[in-house]
Design a protein. Structure first.
Length: 162
């Protein structure tokens, strides 16, 4: 629920001139990937479109709270953890999962002829999945498939602080 609220807020903030923000990109939901029912309910609250928006969102939150049981989460984790190590590395990089990174990287290194193959293989594959939409300025988290965030003067991408 929190991720959906953040995604909707950032989507509209960027469209309306926000040119800098500090976010954890690994936890950002993609606006276009949100279920329509959830996205609409969050928009009702963020944009103050309905007097009963908060109540409707709270009711919907109960539905989403009940849909993600511990068993479901454990089953999803067990599924991707059973994949071949290179796919696990790529998946964890894309999803921002750090829990198994050392173990999986070491396993991949032991299977590789040269350690550089781990970097050039699954790690670069994951970076391409993460970076490709950014370079194309498409479907970046919270931009909803728009051309991409632009500085409010229209001059370029938002500034980044490192």
């Amino acid at each position: 629920m929190r991720e959906a609220i953040h995604a909707v807020f950032l989507y509209y903030a960027i469209r309306n001139g926000m040119d800098m923000g500090i976010v954890n990109a690994g936890q950002l939901a993609i606006y276009d990937d949100l279920p329509a029912e959830l996205r609409d309910a969050v928009e009702d609250v963020i944009l103050n479109r309905r007097d009963d928006g908060t109540e409707r969102l709270l009711e919907l939150a109960e539905k989403y709270r009940g849909s993600k049981t511990d068993d479901t989460a454990n089953a999803q984790q067990a599924e991707w953890r059973s994949w071949e190590v290179n796919k696990r590395l790529e998946y964890s990089l894309v999803k921002g999962i750090t829990e198994f990174i050392e173990q999986d990287t070491e396993e991949a290194r032991q299977q590789a002829t040269r350690p550089i193959e781990v970097i050039e293989g699954p790690l670069m594959d994951g970076m391409n999945v993460v970076g490709d939409p950014v370079w194309r300025r498409q479907n970046v988290p919270a931009t909803g498939g728009q051309i991409g965030a632009r500085h409010e003067t229209g001059g370029g991408l938002p500034r980044t602080v490192y």
